[in-house]
Write a protein that binds this ligand. Structure first.
Ligand SMILES: [Zn+2]
Length: 246
């Protein structure tokens, strides 16, 4: 009977195992390196599917940067917002008006407009502000319709949180309150999440009370929305023109 020496194959086996382990380690570290580079490059605001691409074709004024304005259509998706007097939901109104504001801004070479949502998507409050923060936006404008248990309550309110945003709130509100024709309920300071999470100028507009039949009827009409959108854009333009003299 031939005796098989087991010593040599054993040491060859051990060498083979060491090579396999070293190779596996090498492959793992290459994988780790490349995936960390991918994740570092992954989050760009412009690639976020919830953010509309800037399609401004207007020629910018020579040598002047466009002001980046983020328009936030309140609510959406699983959060429909207020229920209006007629049963319509706030999320539909805010998107409709926001699109009109966006279009007007895009027609003005002074601005580069963005939206936090362009369809009936749900976006977290923190993410709405984060979109503006990531873009390093000049201003964030959140658009809402108000609600109250008493259907008699009506009017326009504008909110700000950081004191630096007060003048911006005041200028936009001045135009907005006049254009709506509703009761002027003034500019108020309040810690809404979208405002406290914003790094830049940030305001929240409660255009009118959807729970008030007169406010709602006006707010749902295209004519009133166009007038309101124009007023919001005029207010934004006036603020930056006055501040920067352009
Ligand atoms: Zn709302």
């Amino acid at each position: 009977m031939k005796r098989i020496s087991r010593k040599q194959p054993q040491s060859r086996q051990a060498t083979f195992m060491i090579i396999v382990i070293v190779l596996m380690g090498l492959v793992w570290s290459i994988y780790e390196l490349s995936s960390s580079q991918i994740s570092a490059n992954r989050i760009k605001p412009s690639e976020d599917p919830t953010v509309s691409q800037n399609k401004n074709t207007a020629t910018p004024q020579e040598g002047l940067q466009r002001y980046k304005i983020v328009i936030d259509a309140g609510h959406g998706g699983k959060d429909p917002g207020a229920e209006g007097a007629s049963g319509n939901r706030e999320q539909v109104y805010t998107l409709s008006l926001s699109e009109k504001v966006y279009d007007l801004l895009q027609q003005d070479p002074m601005f580069e407009a963005h939206m936090t949502r362009t369809d009936n998507a749900f976006v977290e409050l923190e993410d709405r502000a984060q979109i503006a923060n990531d873009l390093n936006a000049d201003a964030f404008v959140s658009i809402h319709g108000n609600t109250y248990k008493d259907p008699e309550v009506s009017g326009t309110e504008t909110y700000y949180y950081a004191d630096a945003s007060f003048e911006f709130a005041r200028k936009v509100h001045e135009q907005l309150a006049e254009a709506t024709g509703f009761k002027d309920r003034g500019v108020k300071k309040e810690g809404w999440k979208v405002l406290t999470s914003s790094n830049n100028l940030a305001i929240l507009l409660e255009v009118g009370f959807l729970t008030n039949l007169n406010d709602e009827t006006n707010m749902l009409s295209d004519t009133h929305q166009n007038r309101t959108a124009e007023a919001i854009v005029n207010g934004i333009r006036k603020y930056f023109t006055d501040r920067d003299g352009r």
